[in-house]
Design a protein around this ligand. Structure first.
Ligand code: PLP
Length: 396
């Protein structure tokens, strides 16, 4: 079955009782039992719910495995994986520019109970090899990374990690299973901020954790019920609805990102563009090998001051200033003060998260509109600079 067909058909048969084409929202907390302990497979919606089950079935099919558990946020899914696998003394390897929330949960929640987070350049496979030790329990990859869109060689890292007995987790939020299949590359666990491209419309917060091996999945599934961070049936339904257009949306996101990256890279006010589809991007060759598309995100560094960055990101016509990404409506953000603000300033500088770095999440708008909006913003900055020069010259 083709990927696009799976997004529409997998795990989503017509409703058996009524024939309804679209899965209903089973908005119930509890289920009638015929006798104590005798139910129709459902007893309480924290444990199990038919709408949620459908979403889990589709996500599992899209990632090419049998086991998925959805959570009330991406971080709740991450927490379940970390809680399932980390004990005091265990080490976790993670990328230098890992998502700020992942950095925070590892450093502020798990480090105080004895876990040792080790941030390294996971796009450099030799650095991963050096960092692996007998105490490494998890290698946490995010590829492309957020926000510099660095590429980790998942297959190469998985071989090294497995040789040392560590599990490989891939945060597949940015690529989505549409463009990257981490399990086929050797990942043991995949996590998602479903909030982003999978749900796709910026209208729900959800997460997912998936595993290939039932034994690896079991403790995650246990924690879904035991700690209870489950999404509502309505939220699951929203994602089921969003997923049906995942392939169409990803194609447009990528088309827009490619056009934007090409337009920005030629501009004198742009110091550097981060987009895996550019041949000059450091991970371009690995991305070509392990992805079927380069994704929809673009980041760039403005050649200018922080004030100019703030003015640029606050006054775009189609790019709304806001956290998050992956929706049909374009978003723009300033990682240093928004998504990655939880990383201390010094650490941010070391990680290359400069104050002039801007992250774009092009939506599904028309390509020309988005490109023009950005070029117009850069032209405004040029005009403002020229005006400042004239004032300075005339006041001499
Ligand atoms: C790559 C990545 N992983 C995980 C998360 C956390 O997901 P959520 O915000 O749904 O908790 C985010 C959120 O921005 C993210 O960008």
């Amino acid at each position: 079955m083709k990927f696009a067909t799976k997004t529409i058909h997998a795990g989503q048969p017509s409703e058996p009782e009524t024939g309804a084409l679209v899965a209903p929202i089973f908005q119930t907390s509890t289920y009638e039992q015929e006798a104590p302990g005798q139910d129709k497979g459902y007893s309480y919606s924290r444990t199990n719910n038919p709408t949620r089950e459908r979403l889990e079935a589709v996500l599992a099919e899209l990632e090419g495995v049998k086991h998925a558990a959805v959570f009330s946020s991406g971080l709740a899914a991450e927490n379940a994986v970390l809680q399932a696998y980390l004990r005091p003394g265990d080490e976790v390897i993670m990328p230098l520019d890992v998502y700020g929330g992942t950095y925070r949960i590892l450093n502020r929640v798990f480090q105080p109970i004895g876990v040792v987070p080790r941030q390294i350049d996971t796009s450099n496979t030799s650095a991963v090899e050096e960092a692996l030790s007998a105490r490494t329990r998890l290698v946490w990859l995010e590829s492309p990374t957020n926000p510099r869109l660095l590429i980790n060689d998942i297959a190469a890292v998985a071989r090294l990690a497995h040789a040392r007995g560590a599990l490989v987790v891939v945060d597949n939020t940015f690529a989505t299973p549409c463009f990257q299949q981490p399990f086929a590359l050797g990942a043991d666990i995949v996590v998602h901020s479903v909030t982003k491209y999978l749900a796709g419309h910026s209208d729900t917060i959800q997460g997912a954790a998936l595993a290939k091996d039932p034994a690896v999945f079991e403790p995650i599934k246990f924690l879904q019920n035991a700690t209870g961070a489950v999404p509502s049936p309505f939220d699951c339904w929203l994602t089921l609805r969003g997923l049906k257009t995942l392939e169409l949306r990803m194609a447009r996101h990528e088309q827009n990102a490619t056009a934007i990256a090409n337009a920005l890279k030629a501009h004198p006010l742009v110091r550097r563009v981060y987009f895996p589809g550019l041949p000059s991007h450091p991970g371009h060759d690995v991305a070509r090998r392990q992805m079927t598309g380069f994704g929809g995100m673009v980041s760039f560094e403005l050649e200018g001051s922080k004030e100019e960055v703030v003015s640029f990101i606050s006054s775009r016509r189609y790019f709304t200033l806001g956290e998050s990404l992956g929706g049909v409506k374009a978003l723009i953000c300033h990682p240093a003060t928004m998504t990655h603000a939880s990383i201390p300033a010094e650490a941010r500088a070391e990680l290359g998260l400069s104050d002039t770095l801007i992250r774009l999440s092009p939506g599904c708008e028309g390509t020309e509109d988005l490109v023009e909006d950005l070029l117009e913003g850069l032209a405004e900055l040029e005009r403002a600079r020229a005006a400042r020069k004239t004032v300075t010259a005339s006041s001499r």
